[in-house]
Design a protein around this ligand. Structure first.
Ligand code: GLN
Length: 552
């Protein structure tokens, strides 16, 4: 029988509910349980694919082409388990199915209502994940308790406890206990109110995960236990840590997974966290620091590039360096042209994106990397910018562009391919999800991956225009990854450059801290070499111009 854990949040948003759910996934999986994570999102968009990353952060793409909430990225990185699109349910998608069923006449005679029709649909989506081989479904409810939008979700999980039995459900509530410095006190009242709100919806939490910054003391723990009616061992202290990946370890020390198992009546061996803690220690002790310029237009909301940043961290781990990220606004072309932004970076990454703003800045960054021999990794739009730059700068095709940004360009080196469908449904026109790419023997891509055929996640409409392939190759660009039928360019690289590679897909979605992605590992290793050669040059200069008194 599959068991269910529901994670809700109270007091404020951004308390790290997603990381808490992801960490629980890691801890239960490390105890040998078969788990799956899920996120319920209270907004009315059918999926986050059409939302602006400025507002919502990145859109995370699953193998099956789901455009999903960024928390799924946390789940995958922490558990190593690839999720499907049904791990993300939005209010919009729930209403869409209920209304479709109503139109089909499935509810003939009934008045279609939030309870039971919407709540039944939500419960179906949760139960759908409870396949025969799953021990625990961990479902996070987005938003904060008290929001109007999340009420149907709370009602659905309340009903779930009744449907499958209290012994098969565990309610985890993540809250904040602020510290008032002038009275030097931890304040538990907001948590009490939040639990009261949850109870008014019929949900009594079994476990309370407390965020407080520096940790809670025994009196605060006892108070929460008493007022919120949970065992003192079920009040879990989630202290702040610098490294995200240390959170499963500190939650385990705080007894989180043990409390969940107790509440579910599940027995499981102690988790094996040895290699995960070794990984966290390696991350924390890593040196030297390598500076990577991340050139994008959403630099004011770092969540917009969440998976890219995490993948760079994973790559840093593989290269034995510490990541120093320099955010570079691609819409400030002057800053990029004067190169003040890029000076001193050891590597450049141009991530994906949509829309014309910032394009010329990204193209400038690709040019700087090519001309200055700086290690470069382009991702999706980053590949497209690298191709445009090469066409303009090396093939001398003036005005070369992507048809996305200049539909009348004489040289659409990036264009829509024939296989594209209609644009009536903005959510449905993209090449989405996992596709194979075969790698050219002897190429950098082939060397980095160590495989001939790789599978990567896509999210784009435009492709390298096949009409320009010959010219690009003749001018020294290697098309080192192609779709198995040779129709689509998947990876480009410059063999004459120390490290210059770009992919039409998004490798960042498949990178894990304990399995860094080869392209990101490659970039960080090349950046390390770049740093070391720069240091070596500096040393030589010092030797010549400033002789020291240090004798042999
Ligand atoms: N806008 C480009 C396209 O649709 C790139 C998309 C992306 O970077 N994800 O092809």
């Amino acid at each position: 029988m599959t068991k269910y854990v529901f994670v809700t949040g109270g007091v404020t948003s951004s308390l790290g509910k997603g990381i808490t759910a992801a960490s629980l996934g890691r801890l239960l999986a490390a105890r040998g349980l078969r788990i799956v994570n899920q996120k319920l999102d209270p907004y009315i968009n059918v999926d986050p694919g059409t939302m602006n990353p400025f507002q919502h952060g990145e859109v995370f793409v699953t193998d099956d082409g789901g455009e999903t909430d960024l928390d799924l990225g946390h789940y995958e990185r922490f558990t190593g388990i690839a999720l499907r699109r049904d791990s993300n349910v939005t209010t919009g998608s729930v209403y869409q199915s209920v209304i479709a069923k109503e139109r089909r006449g499935d509810y003939l005679g009934d008045t279609v209502q939030v309870i039971p029709h919407i709540t039944n649909e939500i419960k179906d989506r949760i139960r759908k994940l409870a396949e025969e081989d799953i021990d625990v479904v961990i479902t996070e409810v987005g938003g904060t308790v008290g929001d109007i939008e999340s009420l149907p979700f709370l009602e659905a999980i309340r009903q779930m406890r009744k449907d499958v039995g209290p012994e098969n459900t565990c309610f985890v509530h993540v809250t904040l206990v602020p510290y008032l410095s002038h009275t030097e006190e931890l304040k538990t009242k907001p948590t009490q109110h939040s639990v009261a709100e949850l109870r008014s919806r019929g949900i009594q939490p079994d476990i309370i995960v407390v965020r407080s910054g520096r940790g809670i003391d025994d009196p605060a723990r006892r108070k929460i236990s008493l007022f919120c009616d949970v065992d003192t061992e079920a009040v879990i202290d989630a202290i702040d840590v610098d490294n995200l990946y240390a959170i499963p370890l500190s939650l385990h020390e705080g007894g989180f997974d043990a409390a969940v198992l107790r509440s579910l009546g599940l027995g499981a061996p102690d988790p094996d966290l040895a290699s995960w803690s070794a990984m966290v220690r390696r991350m924390d002790g890593a040196a030297p620091e390598v500076t990577i310029g991340l050139v994008g237009k959403y630099v004011d909301l770092p969540d917009a590039y969440l998976s890219v940043v995490e993948a760079l961290k994973h790559g840093a781990l593989a290269a034995g360096v510490r990541l120093d990220l320099r955010w570079i606004p691609s819409d400030d072309v002057d800053g990029l042209l004067s190169q003040s932004y890029l000076e001193g970076v050891h590597g450049i990454c141009v991530p994906g994106g949509f829309g014309i703003r910032g394009i010329e800045g990204k193209i400038q960054a690709a040019r700087y990397a090519r001309e200055e021999g700086i290690p470069f990794l382009g991702l999706c739009l980053g590949l497209q910018c690298a191709v445009i730059e090469y066409a303009r700068g090396v093939l001398d095709l003036d005005g070369a562009h992507s048809a996305e940004f200049d539909p009348t360009t004489t040289h659409p080196v990036i264009d829509l391919m024939a296989a594209q469908q209609s644009v009536e449904d903005m959510g449905g026109t993209m090449r989405l999800g996992i596709y194979p790419a075969k790698l050219v023997p002897g190429s950098l891509a082939r060397e980095l991956y160590g495989e001939e055929l790789v599978y990567e996640r896509h999210r784009h409409r435009y492709e390298v225009n096949n009409r320009y392939r010959k010219a690009l190759e003749a001018a020294g660009m290697r098309l080192s990854g192609l779709s198995p039928n040779d129709h689509l360019v998947e990876i480009i690289e410059l063999p004459s450059h120390p490290f210059y590679i770009a992919s039409q897909f998004h490798p960042e979605f498949r990178s894990r801290p304990d399995e860094p992605h080869p392209l990101f590992a490659g970039l960080m290793k090349a950046a390390r070499r770049h740093l070391e050669s720069a240091d070596a040059e500096v040393d030589t200069t010092i030797d010549v111009s400033q002789p020291t008194n240090d004798g042999p």
